[in-house]
Design a protein around this ligand. Structure first.
Ligand code: UD1
Length: 401
């Protein structure tokens, strides 16, 4: 009997996509290896749009997450939202016409997600959206537009929480197209956490003495920060409000800040560099990042860390401050307190069941939430159902069926 083979294109473009694509690629490989003779073989074709292109925003993630080299790199790069989305649409359509896949799989909510699903649907190619149904109900966020449009175009909508299912049903998506499968990012987290904890980033940052010098050293308490949303960093006033909070916090415990290129640019433009201490890139400098004597009273900036290093830092942080989406979920799974520097979240389950709290850009609220944590006032956590490391397997089983 002839093998039934189905070509699927998986599309990724920006940093938060890569940890969602990795478990899917792995689950496809497992399916192909274990499948019965009459079940479909999947031929995956990985497209990297090139929305993110710096080594530490892209290549380092492929390496850490052991994602196979993309079959094609579109190299669209940066631009306005219209330019970036338009370029991906044009280039991705060419790939679809040439490769003729039976399915396109997109993940998350970045411009690449929207552009790739739109190109596919125009060519009548079914689209599967992983991480569907998230809504912040704030249409000034570019990701919110991407979510709404991608979901309205998709044929298979894979969700990670009951709230996401409800959002889709309210928007008129048929129930039979919605598949509650759990959180794909947790697949990556649970798969990698053990190895991540073996990285020597804590020693390199002088948060812990080198293990060769003394076994099981205590770890210096620190706050881990990520900040890159246009709403927080593109206006001087809101960035300044957050900086005021950071200066207060950093007098109590060091703030470690792997800095996104957008934020780095804005800090320079607003002349705020003196509030921060910039350290050498981990990839250029094999030594320690900074010496322990300057640990306190500063916000310490670094080039973005790799996936493994960041996971290790997150797992040992006293508190995480962030405006990212995924980190709100990862901290919940790790049981680490998270203060989100936004006034809405598309991930409300992290507020009701997890470790997350919203503080917007309000300096008083941010500082008082950190103080609660330092005083030992911690929230109880319950990891949501299906956030168990098996989401990618569920997705592949459903799609093959
Ligand atoms: C994108 C996603 C956002 C996600 C974030 C994670 C959209 C709408 N936004 O935002 O949801 O949380 O990625 O990182 O898709 N740049 C570089 N090197 C790079 C990439 C970007 O220097 O490898 C700089 C460029 O100056 C660029 C700016 O960062 O203009 C912003 O990049 P862009 O991809 O437009 O959006 P992000 O802010 O990264």
């Amino acid at each position: 009997m002839k093998d039934k083979t189905s070509k699927w294109i998986l599309a990724a473009g920006a940093r938060p996509n890569f940890m969602k694509i990795a478990p899917l690629m792995r689950a496809i490989q497992v399916h192909n290896n274990k499948r019965s003779p009459n079940s479909t073989k999947i031929s995956p074709f990985l497209v990297h749009t090139g929305q993110h292109y710096d080594f530490n925003m892209s290549d380092s993630f492929f390496k850490d997450l052991r994602i196979p080299k993309p079959d094609i790199f579109l190299g669209v790069g940066s631009g306005t939202h219209g330019e970036q989305t338009g370029k991906i649409l044009i280039e991705f359509e060419k790939v679809l016409l040439k490769e003729k896949p039976t399915l396109v799989v997109v993940v998350g909510d970045v411009n690449s997600t929207l552009a790739c699903s739109l190109a596919a649907v125009k060519l009548h190619i079914p689209v599967a959206h992983v991480e569907a149904g998230l809504r912040s109900f704030d249409r000034t966020m570019p990701e919110e537009i991407n979510r709404i449009v991608t979901d309205s175009l998709s044929d298979y909508l894979f969700t990670h929480s009951p709230e996401a299912d409800e959002n889709l049903l309210k928007e008129g998506i048929p129930k039979e197209n919605i598949f509650p499968v759990g959180n794909i990012m947790v697949d990556s987290l649970l798969f990698n956490i053990k190895e991540a904890k073996k990285t020597n980033i804590l020693e390199q940052l002088a948060l812990m003495q080198k293990s060769s010098e003394k076994p099981s050293q205590p770890i210096t308490e620190y706050c881990l920060l990520t900040l890159h949303r246009p709403a927080n960093v593109d206006q001087k006033e809101s960035l300044n409000r957050i900086v005021q909070a950071l200066l207060t916090i950093s007098s109590r415990l060091p703030v470690l800040f792997p800095i996104h290129p957008r934020t780095r640019k804005q800090i320079k433009e607003f002349g705020m560099e003196s509030f921060f201490e910039f350290h050498a890139s981990p990839y250029l400098d094999s030594g320690d990042y900074y010496n322990g004597s300057s640990l306190k009273a500063r916000v310490h900036c670094f080039e973005p860390f790799g996936y493994m290093e960041f996971l290790n830092l997150m797992a040992h942080a006293k508190v995480v401050l962030t405006d990212s989406g995924g980190i709100q979920e990862e901290t919940t799974v790790l049981g680490i307190p998270c203060i989100t520097l936004r006034d809405t979240t598309e991930r409300p389950i992290t507020l009701t069941q997890g470790t997350n709290v919203l503080a917007a850009d309000d300096p008083q609220k941010i500082v008082s939430e950190v103080e609660k944590i330092l005083d030992g006032n911690l929230r109880k956590v319950a990891c949501p159902p299906f956030w168990d490391g098996h989401t990618s397997k569920r997705i592949i089983n459903i799609l093959v069926r």
